[in-house]
Design a protein. Structure first.
Length: 408
């Protein structure tokens, strides 16, 4: 049994099932708070934590993060900005890190009065033409990236993010032409960093570049800090990441004669391990080689296994021994709707509950209404009990959400 990841008790699971049915995302507030404290302990007080809201935009979770010490929001779309503001974040506490933004979107960002973090020459040039004499941040591509899967690498060759080193001279010409004030530099290597091998040279590169921007106020060292998907894995040593930053930031601050604010933008690290997706076994197919377990959730709720080949550990509730390896598949009409292969699970029976772990990031937020199956319900658990934070859609709500008009 994994002891490091959130697993709901039998009593809680049955209560959630009775009240809200399955599938339902269950988020443990204590785990979220613990992850905030872990970050704060690993980094210094001058570090600002900007939550990557795309990881999970459930308002109840964001309010929990806000109440317990995160400093701001990193948004990737205008609607994410609007949600952050609606939840009480001031414009000065929100950054916009989009990519391939249209001119219309750039105008919207300016209207919202949030700081743009631009990562291409095209966006930089268009911003300068429309909004000269303004402040912004630059997203830099350090030249190499890292991540749990190749699809999650967001820096290096052949990726769409960031201004490359070969483009910096052109970028500076644009900056000078439109009198743009660069107050921030940013990089993000990818999602799923478990060591500092690729992180360290990126930090060195960005700190070497920094003195050429005289009005620099902060450096955003990205997010993507690794979380635990497999049982028994040790927690990430976050202090190593801060040590690398400090090594290069101390001489930079001495060179520039003033402090430079550290920013990080975790999403997954703050919320992933706090949440499981509770589902029910609907069918069992036994073959000579392996047993296939069908459940009442699918890739429209947890797309990571189908999209990346990601592993999510699963626990039958109540947990039973011995464990046997099974394949777990969903109820969507797609051959790729496989949630896990060779998953060690207690002997399954139809009607039993299964918790799919580490499901708090990029699961709910990437959900869809494919096959016209509704989003999963979501609940938040704390000392006061269980609170519904997202209702399951009815048919009429789905039709409305899809923007379908006219008589049906």
């Amino acid at each position: 049994m994994p002891t490091s990841l959130y697993i709901p008790s039998k009593r809680l699971s049955e209560k959630v099932t009775r009240q809200y049915k399955t599938p339902t995302f269950i988020t443990d507030s204590a785990t979220v708070i613990n992850r905030i404290k872990t970050l704060q302990k690993a980094f210094t007080k001058k570090t600002k934590i900007y939550y990557a809201i795309k990881a999970n935009y459930n308002p109840a979770i964001i309010k929990l993060l806000q109440k317990n010490g995160i400093d701001g929001i990193d948004a990737t779309s205008p609607f994410e900005i609007k949600l952050a503001k609606k939840l009480g974040f001031l414009a000065k506490k929100i950054t916009f890190t989009g990519n391939n933004s249209s001119t219309e979107e750039l105008r919207t960002i300016h209207h919202e009065k949030v700081l743009p973090n631009l990562g291409s020459l095209s966006e930089l040039k268009r911003w300068g033409e429309i909004f000269p004499n303004t402040s912004l941040s630059l997203r830099i591509n350090p030249g190499s990236g890292s991540g749990e899967f190749k699809q999650l690498i967001t820096s290096g060759k052949h990726v769409k993010f960031g201004i490359r080193k070969t483009e910096l001279a052109t970028a500076k010409k644009i900056i000078n032409r439109y009198n743009l004030n660069i107050i921030g530099l940013h990089f993000h290597l990818g999602s799923g960093l478990y060591n500092t091998k690729k992180f360290a040279p990126a930090v060195k590169m960005i700190c070497t570049l920094a003195p050429t921007f005289k009005n620099l106020q902060f450096i955003d060292f990205g997010g993507g800090f690794g979380v635990r998907y497999h049982p028994g894995k040790k927690p990430l040593n976050l202090k190593q990441f801060f040590t690398v930053i400090k090594k290069h930031l101390d001489p930079l601050e001495k060179n520039m004669g003033r402090p430079i604010e550290i920013r990080i933008e975790p999403g997954k690290f703050l919320v992933a391990e706090s949440t499981c997706l509770l589902t029910k076994i609907t069918s069992i197919r036994k073959d000579k080689s392996i047993t296939t377990v069908g459940v009442d959730t699918s890739l429209n709720h947890i797309i990571r296994p189908s999209l990346y080949g990601a592993y999510h550990h699963m626990v039958k509730i109540p947990h039973t021994l011995p464990l046997t390896k099974v394949n777990v598949v969903g109820n969507i009409c797609e051959s790729t709707d496989v949630l896990g292969t060779a998953i060690p699970l207690g002997k399954p029976q139809e009607g039993e509950l299964v918790a799919i772990l580490t499901a708090g990031a990029y699961c709910s937020s990437m959900s869809s209404l494919y096959n016209l199956r509704p989003y999963a319900a979501e609940v938040l658990v704390d000392k006061k009990g269980v609170r519904l934070s997202k209702k399951r859609f009815s048919f009429n709500q789905m039709i409305t959400n899809l923007g379908i008009t006219g008589d049906i």
